[in-house]
Design a protein around this ligand. Structure first.
Ligand code: GDP
Ligand code: ZN
Length: 308
């Protein structure tokens, strides 16, 4: 009678195992938003500690529920990550929303270009969010980015202008905001939080606190009752940048508008600066905006590393 017994075991397993994503992790206890829409606080099985794997928010996991009433369970497996950010520590980011302001602080194109390069180096799709559109609209500053093919939205966290368009761009994804400080990332995150999340969890008080408070990041659903609306990390990502680690000769591949031409240069190790018969330079003023090219040259000049 061994076979029916095994069958029964398999059945029990199926019934109690759930898929989900980690939305919060504090002191070794992880909150999982499960595929059934409920949240469970789970502790990892011993195997994680042995393997030195630290679960991250954004991780796609399987859990088993140990107590449905208390909504607690055990974290069993972490699915392979498609990417991982260090600041804040999040896995499986679908989109980084690089936020800049039209003014206050003044728009700095070189800085935006460096953010774009860093995110491209991590292989994560990007959305440019131009906030404080209530102060001024400086469309000409952003034309080079539209020309380069970046998706871009104008928003105001003060008047809520553009928030619906921003939500559309965030739908179905795990999003994280990044960008210089003072541009309105926290204000946008606050404006996007559904009321339900704000009045219940600790999130509301936490979000209201000053920026200098160190705390754990959490992921909140953009709609309390519609998971297809996507998720957002409640802590803005990196605000400062180190591009020195990116090899000089890999920078051009991180400018999407250069990409179609990089293979057409005379020299296959062309840096697109001083070389003869450079197909990228040929495009400057045509499909490549001169300001973007200028940013690229500055980056190459300030980057010491070269990968052969
Ligand atoms: P963060 O450092 O990027 O998180 O920026 P904050 O969200 O802390 O915002 C910095 C300042 O800009 C605050 O005084 C906000 O009230 C203000 N602010 C944020 N968004 C907007 C906006 O859309 N329009 C205007 N006029 N001010 C904004
Ligand atoms: Zn070239």
């Amino acid at each position: 009678m061994g076979v029916p017994y095994i069958k029964r075991m398999v059945y029990i397993n199926k019934d109690t195992n759930l898929d989900g994503i980690i939305i919060k992790g504090v002191g070794g206890a992880y909150t999982i938003l499960a595929s059934n829409g409920k949240q469970y606080v789970c502790s990892p099985r011993g195997i994680f500690r042995n393997k030195n794997t630290t679960p991250l928010i954004g991780d796609s996991v399987t859990i088993s529920v140990t107590d449905e009433i208390k909504q607690i369970g055990t974290l069993h497996t972490i699915k392979p990550r498609k990417n991982e950010l260090r600041r804040p520590p999040v896995a499986n980011i679908d989109q980084v929303i690089i936020t800049v302001a039209t003014a206050q602080p003044a728009f700095n194109a070189g800085l935006l270009d460096r953010f774009l390069v860093l995110v491209a180096y991590e292989n994560i799709p990007v959305l440019i969010c131009v906030n404080k559109s209530d102060i001024t609209k400086t469309d000409s500053s952003f034309a080079p980015y539209i020309m380069a093919g970046y998706p871009l939205v104008y928003t105001s966290a003060t008047t809520n202008e553009g928030l619906n368009s921003l939500r559309t761009h965030m739908a179905g994804k795990i999003n994280v905001f990044a960008g210089p400080s003072g541009v309105g990332k926290s204000s946008l995150i606050n404006a996007l939080s559904p009321k339900l999340t704000l009045v219940t969890g600790e999130l509301s008080t936490k979000l209201g606190r000053g920026k200098h408070t160190t705390r754990h990041s959490e992921i909140f659903p953009l709609s309390a009752d519609d998971p297809t609306m996507g998720y957002c990390v409640d802590t803005p990502g990196f605000t400062s940048l180190e591009i020195e680690t990116i090899p000089k000769n890999e920078l051009s591949s991180l400018f999407p508008e250069f990409e179609p031409y990089t293979g057409e240069c005379r020299f296959n190790n062309c840096l697109h600066i001083k070389e003869k018969d450079c197909a990228v330079k040929e495009q400057v003023g045509k499909t490549v905006h001169p300001m973007r090219y200028e940013s690229y040259v500055k980056m190459v000049e300030s980057t010491p590393n070269y990968r052969s």
